[in-house]
Design a protein around this ligand. Structure first.
Ligand code: MIG
Length: 665
């Protein structure tokens, strides 16, 4: 059951797709006082939710602030990342559980047993929001009902399930070709090479550097004839430059965010002085989306949207103030506190709350100050691209994912989890983010494999890839200046070839399960507790996940470990890929030490189920479904398959593969 309580929100966020009348009855589960929402927890209560947020699958014991933030250091003490996913699923047992979604686009704090260990306190900056409460059924059913409220998940094209290589620092056509050729030489399958900001002319959206990418159309054609898609980045901000058509047109039409005086709000991001398209305005949104055509005309069919929290390096006004401040300090004998404030003058320029309070959107609910709707910006940018691309590409699916997001953005694109690090703890962090993101519909998701910041090592990349074999978005990405971490960057490439090849052999299952989850509002990644509600041990496992109908993964995420302890909530078939060979073994319920030498990938299939495997392929285009064979302890699997590009699909195209195809070992 879904119920709604409404406390005069400023704006319809368009997070939900079901229109539900608001209740007059008193709010259940929460005490609503002083603009706060307070809920008591039992000792055994688990709290799921909050999508991308830092820390555990069970969110108890920390506070989380929904305020989309460009923060490239994801340590445990952080409170905000790029997304704002304001829902919690409070589980105190089968008859005492509910999901609460606070539809509120400004800053909101979720104190989940942080200040007081048995209290949840949800504190919006202003108490003006819609609150939805979902009750009834299993954890999975509650999530499914919530998902029916917020709408069907984005469907990526089939090729988006291939492997992608990205790096900030590929600056030319040659760099891009080399990436592809090195994979090909090593026999490592690949479907996507990403273009980071250096493909643009002076970081201007929808332009291509004539010097470094003289013929992008030709390059994308060459790549496509080799089964590879180019995926360029699009940044939110638009460079201020007369004669640059996107700037000129947007300015003339009044499509950029305005300051208090009604002038274009001036900020600075990669292109230097920039303006912000007003994605909360339908006309501006449509107009910006149309610009993607410049690139689709060159054969591009995938994009990633960045810097859309929006990230601001500084604003024009505050920079001027900073210079004045600096002048004041000049020549002074600075005491230590003066020195600290001097340092702050520059250090606090980026992503300043004062700047977020200094510009406005022209929305259907009137003029609204940015900080009041901050968390909608990235969402509406993704929607801008998605809506336009649907018509530009004639109803075909486009690969699209974003950094910032809000509930509802999952209808328009996927997300990646932003600037993580080449840290072992970030394999685990990513594992914990995936099921929580799935709860709110972000099924197409993944983290930067190998870590974005910092220097990756060969073993870290191997272990990270071994987990990412199962994430729908499987992209190796890293920052400029870090050690190279391509699958060919660590000498001997066999291990990398085997792991990435395994991914391709699993794609028929992964795609089938992804699409079933998307089309039935279900979760592709689930915590073990969702499948084994009555098993108290399963309820505490946060380093194993269910993937699709019947698969369980238990990745190694500790350096120098040769294996790990795995909990099997029931009897399962262990599947091991070692040196490209697949073998299986039946294991009993309970704890097992599983040896996983570097380069082996081990996963498990629930008793009574089977999964299909296809023959190795060099890209998604060459996957041959005729080679499918089943492994596991059932004689059948229900396969979903489609053309991989139509938007208009249903579950009707499922078919059962039978044992006659069974792989024999
Ligand atoms: O300020 O485009 O998260 O993936 O490589 C950094 C350069 C801007 C942040 C993205 C990252 C991307 C980088 N961008």
């Amino acid at each position: 059951m879904i119920q709604k309580w409404s406390f005069s929100p400023y704006i319809d966020t368009e997070a939900v797709v079901l229109r539900i009348p608001a209740e007059d009855s008193p709010l259940p589960f929460f005490e609503h006082t002083d603009g706060k929402y307070i809920c008591h927890m039992k000792d055994t209560t688990r709290v799921y939710g909050l999508g991308e947020a830092i820390r555990g699958i069970n969110k108890r014991g920390w506070q989380y602030i929904s305020f989309c933030s460009d923060d490239p250091v994801h340590t445990e003490e952080k409170t905000s990342l790029y997304g704002a996913h304001n829902f919690i699923l409070v589980d105190s047992g089968r008859d005492d559980r509910f999901l609460a979604f606070f539809d509120y686009p400004a800053k909101i704090t979720f104190d989940i047993g942080y200040s007081e260990s048995d209290l949840i306190t949800v504190n919006p900056e202003e108490d003006r929001l819609d609150l939805y409460i979902v009750t009834g059924g299993s954890l999975r059913e509650i999530v499914r009902e919530f998902r029916s409220l917020i709408g069907r998940a984005y469907l990526p094209p089939f090729f988006a399930f291939g492997y992608g290589q990205s790096r900030w620092g590929y600056v030319s056509e040659d760099d891009i070709k080399t990436v592809f050729l090195r994979h090909k030489e090593a026999g490592i399958p690949i479907d996507m090479v990403y273009l980071d900001i250096d493909y643009m002319e002076d970081f201007q959206d929808f332009t291509v550097s004539r010097e470094r990418f003289p013929d992008l159309k030709n390059l994308s054609g060459y790549m496509r004839s080799n089964g590879v898609h180019l995926v360029p980045i699009i940044d939110a901000a638009v460079k201020v430059r007369e004669g640059y058509s996107v700037y000129d047109e947007g300015k003339e039409k009044g499509y950029f965010c305005k300051d208090a005086d009604g002038e274009d709000f001036l900020t600075a991001v990669w292109p230097g002085l920039s303006v912000l398209p007003d994605f909360l305005n339908a006309d501006a949104r449509r107009w910006f989306g149309e610009q993607y055509k410049t690139l689709t005309d060159m054969g591009i069919d995938g994009f990633w949207n960045d810097m859309n929290e929006p990230a601001l390096f500084y604003s024009d006004k505050r920079l001027k103030e900073a210079f004045l401040k600096l002048k004041e300090f000049e020549g002074k004998n600075l005491g230590i506190f003066d020195f600290f404030s001097l340092r702050d003058v520059l250090g606090k320029l980026s992503n300043s709350i004062d700047d977020y309070r200094a510009f406005y959107h022209n929305t259907p609910s009137g003029k609204l100050r940015h900080d009041r709707v901050h968390n909608l910006y990235g969402y509406q940018m993704t929607r801008s691209a998605s809506d336009a691309l649907k018509s530009i590409r004639g109803g075909k699916r486009t690969l699209l994912f974003s950094r910032a997001s809000y509930i509802g953005a999952h209808r328009y694109g996927g997300i990646w989890t932003g600037d993580n690090h080449a840290w072992w703890s970030h394999i685990l962090q990513s594992m914990k983010q995936m099921p929580s993101l799935n709860m709110c519909g972000f099924l197409y998701s993944g983290s930067d494999i190998g870590g974005f910041g910092g220097n990756c090592t060969r073993d870290l990349l191997i272990r990270w890839l071994s987990f990412a074999v199962f994430t729908p978005l499987m992209r190796n990405h890293s920052a400029v200046g870090t050690r190279h971490q391509e699958a060919f960057a660590f000498g001997e490439t066999e291990i990398f070839r085997h792991i990435i090849t395994l991914r391709y052999r699993l794609i028929p299952y992964l795609y089938s399960e992804f699409m079933k989850a998307a089309l039935t509002d279900d979760m592709y990644f689930r915590p073990l507790s969702f499948d084994y509600e009555d098993d108290p041990i399963a309820g505490e496992v946060e380093d194993q996940l269910m993937v699709g109908e019947s698969l369980m993964i238990a990745p190694v995420y500790t350096q120098n470990a040769g294996g790990r302890v795995v909990y099997l909530p029931e009897e399962m078939t262990q599947v091991r890929m070692s040196g490209g060979e697949i073998s299986t073994e039946e294991l009993n319920k309970g704890h097992h030490y599983i040896s996983v030498p570097l380069g082996d990938v081990v996963f498990f299939i629930k008793k009574g189920y089977a999964i299909p495997l296809c023959d190795p392929a060099e890209n998604t285009q060459s996957i041959d479904y005729a080679t499918l064979r089943l492994i596991g302890s059932s004689d059948r699997y229900t396969l979903y398959q489609d053309d991989g590009e139509s938007l208009d699909v249903t579950l009707d195209s499922v078919k059962t593969i039978k044992k006659s195809n069974e792989l024999s070992f």
